[in-house]
Design a protein around this ligand. Structure first.
Ligand code: SF4
Length: 401
C-alpha cells in the first residue's frame, strides 16, 4: 500500500469521472508543478474539530470539556471555544443515540474494489435493532463554504465499502450515510441497501480498470473540477477551459447577435446547464482577468491590453484619534453614527451560557423567544436535491371578482 492514496475517497468525484486527471496529477507532482495542498487556518480548524470529536467519541467526553483547550494542527494553533463545542455536540449526540462503541477515525482498506487504496473514515458502526442490522457511516465536515449533500455521496460510499470489509463483510439490511456539516446544512442522511453499495463497488472496479489500462478521458464537471489542482495552475486545465469557453461563447454570441450558435437553440435544458455552471464560469473569468493583469504588470501584456494605475480608494484619516477629537469639538454627539445593536452571532457569543461561560441565561431565554427568520428567496438546485420542489405561485387576485 502506498502512503498517499491516488484514488482517495475525498477525490472520488474527480477521479471517477475525469479519469485522465489521475495520470496528469501524478506527472505534475513529479515535475514539481503542483505540491501537496497547503493547509490553511480553516483546514486546521477542521482538523481540530475532528480531533475533539474523536476524543469525545472514544473517551465518553463532551465537546464542552475541551472549551479553552489549545490544540495545534497543521502549523496553526486553535483555542476550542463554546461555538465549536456547540456545533459538534448534536452530531456526537446522534452517534450516541445509535451506538456506545463506534469505530472512530478508522483507516479503511478498499483494495477489494480499488487495489492499493485506502481512506480514513470518521465514524462507522454496526447496529442490531429488533431484526434489522444497519451499517452507519458518519462523516464530519466542519467547513461552512460549500454545503455537501449526503444523497449521492461517493466519498461516504467508499468509506462504507471499507468499513463493511473491516467488519468482516456482515449481512446488513440497510446502510445509513450521514454527513454532519454543522455550519452548512446540519445533519444530512442517505439510506441505501447493501446491493446498491456493492453495485457502486463494481462501478469503482470498472473505473479502476480504465485508469490502470490508460483508457481514460478528461471530463470536466462542477463537482469533479472543484478541488482539482490542475485548474489552479497558470493557464488552468485545457479540457476545462474548452468546456467553459464553449458554454460562455455560446451565450455571448447569442447575446451579441441574437442568433443561435450553429443553429443551436438555447433550450430550457441548455439554459439550466449554463445556469448550473455559472459559478464555475464566473470563477474562471475572474482567473483569466487575474492572469491577464499579472502578465501586463510583469511587462508582457496580452496583445491589446495594458495595466494602468487604478482609481483612488476610499478616503480615510491617517490619524483617527486626532480626527475624532476635532470632530467631537466641532459636532459633539453628532460626530458619531447612531448606535446599532450587535449581530445575533455576536449576541450568542456574549449572552448564551456555556459550560465555562456564565453568559446571561435569563436574557438568552427571553431573546430566543424574539428570534425569527424570514423565508429565504427561492433558489435553483438540481432536480434530485433533497428539498421538495416549490409549486407554482398562485395569483393572489384570482379569487377576486
Ligand atoms: S480541472 Fe477538471 S477536467 Fe481538468 S483535469 Fe481536473 S477534473 Fe479533469
Amino acid at each position: 500500500m502506498t502512503e498517499h492514496a491516488r484514488l482517495s475517497p475525498s477525490g472520488c468525484d474527480r477521479w471517477s469521472t475525469c479519469t485522465a486527471s489521475v495520470a496528469l496529477i501524478d506527472k505534475l507532482h513529479l515535475e514539481g508543478e503542483i505540491g501537496d495542498r497547503e493547509s490553511s487556518e480553516w483546514s486546521a480548524e477542521g482538523t481540530v474539530a475532528h480531533e475533539v470529536r474523536e476524543m469525545c467519541l472514544k473517551y465518553g467526553l463532551d465537546p464542552h470539556h475541551f472549551v479553552g483547550a489549545v490544540i495545534s494542527a497543521d502549523g496553526f494553533t486553535y483555542t476550542v471555544d463554546d461555538e465549536m463545542a456547540g456545533h459538534l455536540q448534536p452530531g456526537i449526540d446522534w452517534v450516541r443515540q445509535h451506538t456506545g462503541q463506534p469505530h472512530v477515525e478508522i483507516r479503511v482498506d478498499v483494495s477489494s474494489w480499488l487495489p492499493g487504496q485506502f481512506g480514513t473514515c470518521d465514524t462507522g458502526w454496526l447496529s442490531h435493532l429488533l431484526s434489522t442490522t444497519t451499517l452507519y457511516i458518519s462523516d464530519l465536515k466542519y467547513g461552512m463554504g460549500v454545503p455537501v449533500d449526503a444523497v449521492g455521496t461517493k466519498q461516504l460510499r467508499i468509506y462504507a465499502l471499507g468499513i463493511w470489509e473491516f467488519l468482516g463483510r456482515p449481512q446488513v439490511d440497510k446502510i445509513v450515510l450521514n454527513i454532519d456539516q454543522p455550519r452548512a446544512g446540519g445533519m444530512k442522511f442517505w439510506e441505501i441497501t447493501l446491493d446498491e453499495l456493492l453495485a457502486f463497488g463494481e462501478e469503482m472496479k470498472a473505473v479502476y480498470a480504465k485508469i490502470e489500462s490508460g483508457d481514460v478521458e478528461f471530463k470536466p464537471s462542477h463537482k469533479g473540477c472543484r478541488w482539482c489542482p490542475v485548474k489552479d495552475l497558470v493557464g488552468g486545465c485545457a479540457a476545462r477551459n474548452k468546456w467553459l469557453l464553449e458554454m460562455f461563447v455560446e451565450l455571448l454570441v447569442r447575446l451579441l447577435t441574437g442568433k443561435d450558435v450553429d443553429g443551436i437553440e438555447i433550450t430550457p435544458e441548455r439554459r439550466w446547464h449554463i445556469v448550473k455552471h455559472a459559478p464555475d464560469i464566473r470563477a474562471w473569468l475572474a482567473k483569466q482577468h487575474e492572469e491577464s493583469l499579472t502578465a501586463a504588470i510583469n511587462g508582457t501584456p496580452d496583445p491589446g491590453s495594458k495595466a494602468v494605475a487604478g482609481d483612488l480608494g476610499d478616503r480615510y484619516f491617517r490619524d483617527g484619534k486626532k480626527a475624532e477629537g476635532l470632530l467631537v469639538d466641532a459636532l459633539g454627539e453628532k460626530a458619531y453614527k447612531p448606535r446599532q445593536l450587535i449581530g445575533i452571532g455576536e449576541i450568542e457569543k456574549l449572552v448564551k451560557p456555556g459550560r465555562k461561560k456564565q453568559g446571561h441565561p435569563e436574557t438568552w431565554e427571553k431573546l430566543l423567544k424574539l428570534v425569527d427568520r424570514p423565508q429565504g428567496k427561492p433558489k435553483l438546485v438540481p432536480a434530485d436535491h433533497l428539498r421538495p420542489a416549490l409549486g407554482p405561485i398562485e395569483d393572489a387576485f384570482d379569487d377576486l371578482d
